[in-house]
Design a protein around this ligand. Structure first.
Ligand SMILES: *[C@@H]1O[C@H](CO)[C@@H](O)[C@H](O)[C@H]1NC(C)=O
Ligand SMILES: *[C@@H]1O[C@H](CO)[C@@H](O)[C@H](O)[C@H]1NC(C)=O
Ligand SMILES: *[C@@H]1O[C@H](CO)[C@@H](O)[C@H](O)[C@H]1NC(C)=O
Ligand SMILES: *[C@@H]1O[C@H](CO)[C@@H](O)[C@H](O)[C@H]1NC(C)=O
Length: 369
């Protein structure tokens, strides 16, 4: 039932877009000026890639009550409903994008884009510990997609499609998270500043690789207030924020746009946009009622203080968990991830808010330029 619903949604959107396509010579008709959307990164954006890899249930969200409010079944999204790429695709008049590893993911939908994001992964290979789809692998998958497009559409049309398309990233949080929370020694070897440099250095390499494969438009959400999420506070004495972690996020958020400005000078035709996820999430957490939420600190799904013990769904080592009654009142669905409602709020800002949240363009402008 659930999977039929999502399939039908996909078909309906596809039909709407198809009917607007002008006729063309090649085998597949591309809507003129339609920009595809390619998604890279972590659990904020994953729409189910981790369902198809050999990993632990702690890195998956394909069980109840994930997905309960919108899709009515667990899709693998770390949310009660939709994630940011679902809304952005909708605003861009694209169909719902499939996870790249989904068996039905193929050329027919690559012309609208596809989602490579994998929950838990980071910019550094070590962060993913070989069990998640790290950023380098995601870029390799992008190359596969490019190769398929070239073969089917011809080099010129594939090039044009990729240069018009938007590449949207959420990456870095797990690198900073793993540095403070896990035991991976390589991640602790560097100073705070050095670590920010290698995270940004690895993201830069990914951007350059995608640019060399034909991508021109790049959009990013910056790093959120990661040390203050319910899940991290749960691990700190007195449920305080982990200030050191958040400080790394802030440092990253200062250095990252500087790197992008430098890249813009080096790469012809390179366009980018950064959404201030840090500020927008902080505002929701600190002042939820101002934005039509009731609870900005306590998670909807989980156990223990702030329902933040990471037990949502009962498959991560703790079986018992609670579920709130009115999920739409909450900013956080589980200990780390926003609700459908909060994701919709962020997506609206990303799509159309002005320079105070999006520098130098919002997503709507980035699609159009
Ligand atoms: C999945 O991973 C486990 C542990 O790493 C391994 O023992 C198992 O063989 C893997 N299964 C597949 C199908 O790759
Ligand atoms: C970290 O490593 C130490 C020693 O190698 C080990 O005793 C401890 O259980 C590890 N902690 C975690 C969270 O993996
Ligand atoms: C990428 O990360 C690795 C660690 O995984 C690091 O050794 C390397 O220097 C980084 N690359 C750049 C360009 O910063
Ligand atoms: C952006 O919009 C807000 C309210 O909509 C306004 O207060 C702010 O001055 C604007 N900022 C810029 C840089 O245009």
């Amino acid at each position: 039932m659930g999977s039929l619903r999502v399939f039908m949604y996909f078909m309906v959107s596809y039909a709407i877009v198809s009917s607007q396509m002008p006729c063309c010579q090649s085998k597949i008709c591309l809507p003129e000026k339609q920009s595809a959307l390619f998604i890279f990164g972590d659990s904020l954006f994953d729409v189910g890639n981790n369902n198809y890899i050999n990993t632990t249930t702690s890195a998956q969200a394909n069980y109840e009550p994930y997905g309960e409010t919108y899709f009515k079944y667990p899709t693998g999204r770390y949310s009660d409903g939709r994630v940011i790429p679902d809304f952005i695709a909708e605003y861009a008049k694209l169909p719902l994008l499939l996870p790249y590893l989904h068996p039905a993911s193929s050329l027919d939908n690559y012309i609208f884009g596809v989602n490579f994001a994998s929950g838990g992964s980071g910019a550094l290979v070590e962060t993913s510990e070989g069990i998640l789809v790290d950023l380098k692998t995601q870029v390799r998958y992008y190359k596969n997609v490019r190769d398929v497009l070239r073969k089917k559409l011809g080099n010129e049309e594939a090039k044009s499609l990729l240069s018009r398309s938007v590449n949207l990233f959420s990456v870095g949080s797990n690198d900073y998270g793993a540095r403070f929370v896990s035991n991976i020694s390589v991640l602790q070897r560097y100073s705070k500043h050095q670590f920010v440099d290698i995270v940004i250095g690895n993201i830069t390499e990914a951007i350059k690789d995608i640019y060399n494969l034909g991508g021109r438009k790049f959009a990013f959400v910056n790093i959120g207030p990661i040390g203050c999420t319910p899940g991290i506070r749960f691990q700190v004495k007195g449920y305080e924020c982990n200030e050191e972690m958040t400080e790394s996020a802030r440092l990253h958020n200062v250095e990252f746009p500087r790197m992008l400005q430098k890249l813009k000078k080096q790469l012809v035709g390179f366009k980018y946009s950064v959404f201030d996820f840090y500020s927008s999430l902080s505002q929701l957490m600190n002042n939820p009622s101002k934005y039509a939420f009731k609870e900005g600190q306590v998670a909807c799904c989980g156990g223990g203080a702030y329902r933040a013990d990471n037990s949502c769904g009962g498959k991560r080592g703790i079986e018992k968990y609670e579920l709130c009654e009115s999920v739409n009142d909450y900013v956080f669905f589980d200990s780390l991830h926003p609700t459908d409602m909060a994701n919709q709020y962020f997506s609206n800002l990303m799509w159309s808010a002005n320079l105070s949240f999006n520098k130098p363009y919002n997503m709507k402008q980035l699609f159009e330029i």
